[in-house]
Each structure stands twice: as C-alpha cells, then as structure tokens.
Design a binder for this molecule. Structure first.
Ligand code: CA
Length: 230
C-alpha cells in the first residue's frame, strides 16, 4: 500500500480526502500542522505528500522546503485561493502539482495516481542561470533573491513581497493585494505594514546599488510596482 502524507488543518477537508484515498487503497497519515507533518514524514517515509498551503504554524511551501532537505517525494499542493504567488512559489519549490479549493476528492486521487504513474520523481531542476530581471533574480532552491549578483538579506515578509512584485514587473499591486499575497493572516496587519516593509526592502536594495531604491515605484493612491526598465 502506498502511504500518503496529508497535511491539512481543516478537519472537513481532511476527512473527505482521507476517506477518498483510503477507498482507493492508499494508506494515509494525516497531520494538522506543518511540524506534526514533518515529524510524520521523517518517521513513516511516505511515498507522496499532499500539503495545504495555509497551515496554522507554517505555510505548505515551508513544509515543502523542509521536506526537500531530506526527501524528493512528489508533492501536491492544496491552495485556498487561485493566487499566482502560490502557484509560482509552489512549483518552483519542486511541488509537482497543485489543486485550488474547492476540489473534488476524486480529482485529488486522480492527480495523486497520475503523478505516481509518471514514475521516478525528478525534482524540478532549479534554473542554473535564471534570467536577470531588473538586476533581481530569484533562486528558488535557496529561496533567496539576488540583486546584482548578491543575495539580499530579506525577512520572510520582505521576500514574499518582493517576489510578488517580481512576478509581474510594471504591474501595480494595491496594498491589499500585497497583504493578501505575503501575509498568512492579512487581517492582523494594516496597509502601513506594507509601506514599512517596502521601505525596508528599498533600503536593502540601496545597500547593493546606489539609487536602486527607485526600482520599486510608489504609485500614488494606488500601490506599488516594480520598474520593468531598471
Ligand atoms: Ca488551511
């Protein structure tokens, strides 16, 4: 029997998935939190992992990154919103697929089977020379953003914010959109939090190259965008 690790904190979703997988002859280990799931992964060596992105103690992406330190098992992400960031980050981290909620349990089982059928799992290779984008590039394997060749020393929220902006240079993101993408619980912070983090990212860009704080443009009354020409 193939053992699947399911990390999902919503009991109703977890229950339907466990039932659907067990009906299809999978053995399921269910964990409610990232840390619980990682402990189960180390203990039980599952053949497959299904990771919810929004977990109480860490994101599914962080769980994936930690899993990847010791294992290359296939990973299917469950995401609550159809956000580009989740997709990009998840797949760059070596996730094999993702499903946006709401989904049918049968769809999940079909995806798990399809991924397992693909055979020996080859983790998505990180691009050796990612295209330089405004002097900025993202190294997915180390989860760091480099600027003019040097890694930026960013906090987790700064990293996520900058990554959102890098995803679509020139596009204006409102503060609400940035909050939604970079904070797990956007209700707990205010617009001003975004401003403070942008200010800090600009200061760090300036450390690497003078004048580069203008790389992130303030669009008065709208939000922020990454200058595509820098
Ligand atoms: Ca969740």
């Amino acid at each position: 029997m193939t053992r699947v690790l399911l990390i999902e904190d919503e009991p109703a979703i977890a229950d339907t998935l466990v039932y659907a997988l067990e009906t299809e002859c999978f053995t399921v280990t269910h964990a409610l939190t990232g840390s619980e799931g990682l402990a189960a992964a180390a203990r039980e060596k599952p053949a497959f992992a299904i990771l919810d992105i929004g977990l109480p103690d860490m994101t599914g992406l962080e769980v994936c990154r930690k899993l990847r330190e010791t294992s290359d098992i296939p990973v299917l992400f469950l995401t609550a919103r159809d956000g580009e960031v989740d997709r990009i980050l998840g797949l760059e981290l070596g996730g094999d697929d993702y499903v946006t909620k709401p989904f049918s349990p049968r769809e999940i089982v079909a995806r798990v089977r399809a991924i397992l059928r693909r055979g020996s799992h080859a983790p998505a290779p990180a691009p050796a020379q990612p295209p330089a984008r405004g002097g900025l590039h993202h190294d997915a394997s180390t989860m760091r953003i480099h600027f003019d060749g040097s890694p930026l020393d960013l906090t987790a929220h700064e990293y996520k914010l900058l990554l959102v902006l890098m995803g679509q240079p020139g596009r204006v993101f409102t503060r609400d959109q940035l909050l939604d993408h970079a904070w797990q619980d956007p209700g707990a912070v205010t617009d001003r939090t975004v401003d403070a983090h942008i200010k800090s990212i600009r200061a760090k860009l300036r450390l690497t190259r003078d004048g580069s704080e203008n790389l992130i443009e303030t669009r008065r009354g709208l939000g922020y965008s990454l200058n595509p020409d820098c």
